[in-house]
Design a protein around this ligand. Structure first.
Ligand code: DQA
Length: 139
């Protein structure tokens, strides 16, 4: 099965960026662990800091994968276009946030994404991606 992992802005800096909030592991090394843990999955990984590129990736993955694990990062709280892209596609989407967005600033409680996805995992660190993949695999 094919699963796309799509990460939004600043997640290319995982491991260096606010390690007290996001941990000290970069996503590339975590992705290698995911590939080992789920050998049956063909992973397609995409990260961008640009909103429109994320919309394009959601559209492309939305019709040729079995599921998408999406962390839209800050665009979660601002992007109507990303919410609309999720509503437009066929593949099930699981939203993941590394930190607990509900335990942080008020603006992080607003989401243009959560109502459009199958479910959301927030606050469980990088393990949230693994849990999302497990759900998609068992589906
Ligand atoms: C995040 C939470 C967002 O509020 C923030 O803007 C991010 C990362 C998370 O994974 O915890 O960049 O999506």
């Amino acid at each position: 099965m094919k699963i796309a992992i799509i990460n939004g802005p600043n997640l290319n800096l995982l491991g260096k960026r606010e390690p007290d909030v996001y941990g000290d592991q970069g996503f590339e090394t975590y992705l290698a662990e995911l590939k080992k843990a789920f050998p049956q999955v063909e992973f397609h990984y995409f990260q961008s800091n640009i909103e429109g590129e994320l919309v394009n990736a959601i559209q492309e993955s939305g019709f040729n994968t079995d599921g998408i694990v999406l962390n839209p990062a800050a665009y979660t709280h601002t992007s109507v276009a990303i919410g609309d892209a999720i509503a437009a596609i066929k593949a099930p989407v699981v939203e993941v946030h590394i930190s607990n967005v509900h335990a942080r600033e008020e603006f992080r409680k607003i989401s243009h994404v959560s109502a459009k996805v199958k479910g959301t995992i927030t606050g469980l660190g990088l393990q949230g991606y693994s849990l999302a993949i497990q759900w998609l695999v068992n589906k």
